[in-house]
Design a binder for this molecule. Sequence first.
Ligand code: FEO
Ligand code: CA
Ligand code: CA
Length: 738
Amino acid sequence: MTEQTPQHEDNVYDSNPSGNPEFRSLFDQKISRRNLITKSAGGAVALTLATTLVGCGSDDNDNVTGTLPPEVDKQPLPKALTFKPVEKNTLNAFTVPEGYEARVLFALGDPINTAYAEWDDQNIASGPSFAMRSGDNHDGMSFFGLDQAKGRYDAQVSDQGLLVLNHEYINQKHLHPIPNTTRDLIRSEDEVIREVNCHGVSVIHVIKDPKTQEVKINKSSPFSRRITAASRIEFSGPVKGHALVKTKTSPDGSFTLGTHNNCGNGYTPWGTYLTTEENFDGYLARNADDNRQDLVENALTRYKIDKGQSAQYKWNTPKASFLNQDMYDRWNTSITADKAEKDYRNSANCFGWIVEIDPFDGRQDPVKRTALGRFAHEDCRSSRAIQGQQLAFYMGDDSTGEYIYKFVSDAKWDAKDVNGGYRAGDKYMNAGKLYVAKFNFDEATQKAHGEWVELTINNSRISAYDKYKFADQADVLIHTRLAADAVGATKMDRPEWCAVNPTNGEVYITLTNNSNRGKSYATDAANPRNYFDQDSGKTDLKGNINGHIIRLRESENQTTATKFEWDIFLFGAEQDSLPNVNLSGLTDANDFSSPDGMWFDPRGVLWIQTDDGAYTDETNCMMLAALPGQVGDGSVAKAKSGDQSQVTVQGATLNDSKLRRFLTGPSGCEITGVTMTPDYKAIFVNVQHPGGEWPSNHPKALNASLGKGTRPRSATVVITRKDGKIIVGEDLEQVKKA
Ligand code: FEO
Ligand code: CA
Ligand code: CA
């Protein structure tokens, strides 16, 4: 792939006064990539890490058969959770249950290659060097087993794998040598390059000792690489080449530069990673005199690209002497020339997509899969892969009052496509139908049901919509939110992650919270709560403060269904809140607030993570384990909706043997991103934006990381059992003993 952010020998902007040897030593070191200086498509001189490798990469893609993931995992599902639940706390530490241990694996700034020095926060490395270091704000993450002989995916391998993770955004004040320069009206190139490189995705090669279960990073691996907010990404699917994605960088609209604000994630049945572009709007400036037609202005406003807005990190401001000026100009999405091919008026349309990355193929650029629509993508989860059936991908748009979507492939799943890389992506993700969800409740029958409405230009509600004139189906995909508005989709309490239950195919979606529910959005059966916090002392905590998790079962369990049944699996709440708020009967062992990250492991344990600001006076963010039942196993309930009640349908109450707190993060953090090795002996989670000084950099300290210094750093943590056994497998061990 082509890195547009340079690794340049004449790094005049290297602000590391130590004379950091990183660039020179990279060239000197014998690593198995070909390192080339090339003139990039953007005109910038760049070090291209041509990732064609001996024995790996996509050269052998013609033979795509690999080890197939089993349709039903052989590892039995525990009947109960028997680890001792972690207590709520506000410690500046990462806490796991007794018998487990946690280690920091990969923190902000850690090098992915031995040619680069370890982190030292008294000597922050140059901006360009962060193209070979961990980015910031670790988020969604997936593990892919590595068949070392073939250099390809093997869903059964645990001891060698590629861990792929998102870097959502940055904490500017901890990132630079001199923090207050971020306030400058014209940003320095070095800082902007560091920030651009701290976004995107890391691919790191991890090795797990089969005896001790200890996990380490292989920093000599040719697979380790970064994709950043400057990497070249291809467009694919219906929007490729469309007039609305033509830019000065790519006048034919075939590609764009960068992926950023990568939040939740997903993975495909053929062994590739899906990253998401969430709050891309905040990165773009727009001139105050950027006048557009009224309906175009409507569309820009709907995507929060307002006239006169400045970009939060001001990446559009540097005066280039090191890079090409276009690398900065592209962050201003205004009309500045006589046609789109000469300016960046369409920059905003180049973001907000699902991006497919083949971790095993560094030769081909990642791909924006435009058939899946454009919005603040939070997560993208595949349905179960069943031979001969079409695949569905479930997605949330994380903003207040936004929608839940699914994409259904035209192609039917064929397990021979495992290891098919981007070619399989073309087959399953370029042609299909995009739907948006409507949630209904039938008062007469007291049943909760819903429908998927296809977003197609052939629907007259879309083609004749009065707030935006869609040119064609590609325009429907570029302006997905407006098409969903046109068909009257249900406004949800911030749809975040989606998870698919491997045992029955049901789909779970976290709705993290909505302070406006009951104010600008009336409660409804699917978003039923509006209340205030009784003990925080804060008067602004109202609406759906603690969030909930909704789930649905497709009609006749078909991915292609246009009807579904639903219920609310869990309501977040403080354990001592009113019964019509704490509807799920949460206790001290499992109460939580603001569910966000969520994933079913392949045996069927559901992992729930929180990104909370409401319960943090009493506890840090956390991850819980759950053993869910199924849609319809509960009853009709009445939720607190201001002074009234709102009828809804909730799932069966889980006692604390089916829902338990597994870990808590250090103070100030969000817990996000979760994946495991296929043998269930190591689980990875991310600590995003920790407060205090976590992780300690003293080698003997709890949760120590490599490097020196005291700046807090986002990090990937790996958790294993001290006895090396299966994570939350204790119940089954007891059964065996009995
Ligand atoms: Fe990036 Fe919606 O959290
Ligand atoms: Ca409270
Ligand atoms: Ca999130």
